[in-house]
Design a binder for this molecule. Structure first.
Ligand SMILES: *[C@@H]1O[C@H](CO)[C@@H](O)[C@H](O)[C@H]1NC(C)=O
Length: 258
């Protein structure tokens, strides 16, 4: 991982070097990439963003310096809203085509909390849109304020799933010490009647987010739950075993939880 990051940094430094040279010569925000194609900073940063979503770029610690403005703009854009809405629409289509209630109370659905039910965009706006290494102290101070807004489309899905009689489990990488703040925030923006809110205990601290979430899923499935789907904004919420029937990833290029 360290090696990949180093390679990536070398690569992006090279691009920045090229870009500066080009700007100085032409005064235009156009670079030549390795194939001699003219590209803009926007092209470069959109390629970075889409490759984060495709899970080709992994384990990044910060958004590349030259792309923080672009990522900030995307995350507060209409496009981000439309992209998120499309993800949620696909969940609704899947449920209406594939879901039948069994009536044994064991139908389940999993949601992430961060940037799935609650938005952290205001926090990252004040921290260079992911361009700074995450400061746990200040991030947790933000969580304790319980002021995250709902992602409206996700709230809509949450309520539809509840009405279908599916039990909702929230599996979050937030620590157990943030339970009250998290619950308060969820209630405040309209989420209610979830079946379980699973947070990280002290024992989970040395696990990756993916390991922890796999274990929690395994526990639910061992109790007989059929997990119809997961919605999350991180690949670590969706990957690994045991698998749910479907996974849905919301866009999020602000941070990467391994
Ligand atoms: C992290 O945030 C806290 C609280 O805002 C601050 O006191 C501390 O200096 C920050 N740490 C770093 C490494 O920036």
């Amino acid at each position: 991982m360290k090696r990949n990051l180093a390679l990536f940094l070398c690569f992006s430094n090279l691009l920045v070097g090229l870009a500066v040279a080009e700007w100085n010569i032409k005064g235009l925000r156009i670079w030549k990439n390795n194939d001699g194609l003219d590209i803009t900073l926007k092209n470069y940063c959109e390629a970075w963003r889409i490759n984060v979503e495709l899970h080709n770029i992994r384990n990044f610690e910060i958004v590349p310096e030259e792309c923080t403005d672009y990522i900030g703009k995307y995350m507060s854009s209409t496009q981000y809203m439309v992209d998120s809405e499309r993800t949620i629409q696909e969940c609704i289509i899947y449920l209406s085509n594939s879901f039948t209630l069994t009536g044994d109370g064991k139908d389940g659905w999993i949601f992430d909390v961060d940037d799935t039910l609650l938005s952290n965009i205001p926090y990252f706006k004040n921290h260079r849109h992911g361009g700074e290494k995450l400061n746990i102290t200040s991030f947790e101070a933000w969580v304790r304020e319980s002021n995250g807004r709902a992602l409206e489309h996700t709230l809509n899905l949450f309520n539809q799933i509840k009405r279908k009689g599916i039990k909702i489990f929230l599996i979050s990488s937030r620590g157990e010490h943030l339970r009250d703040a998290t619950t308060e925030n969820l209630f405040k923006v309209g989420y209610s009647n979830w079946h379980g809110l699973i947070l990280r205990s002290g024992d989970d601290n040395c696990k990756t987010v993916q390991q922890y979430k796999e274990e929690q899923r395994k526990l639910l499935m061992s109790k007989g739950y059929r997990i119809w789907g997961i919605v999350g904004s991180q690949w670590s919420s969706l990957l690994g075993l045991p698998s749910p029937k479907r996974t849905f990833k919301l866009p999020n290029s602000l941070y990467y939880d391994p």
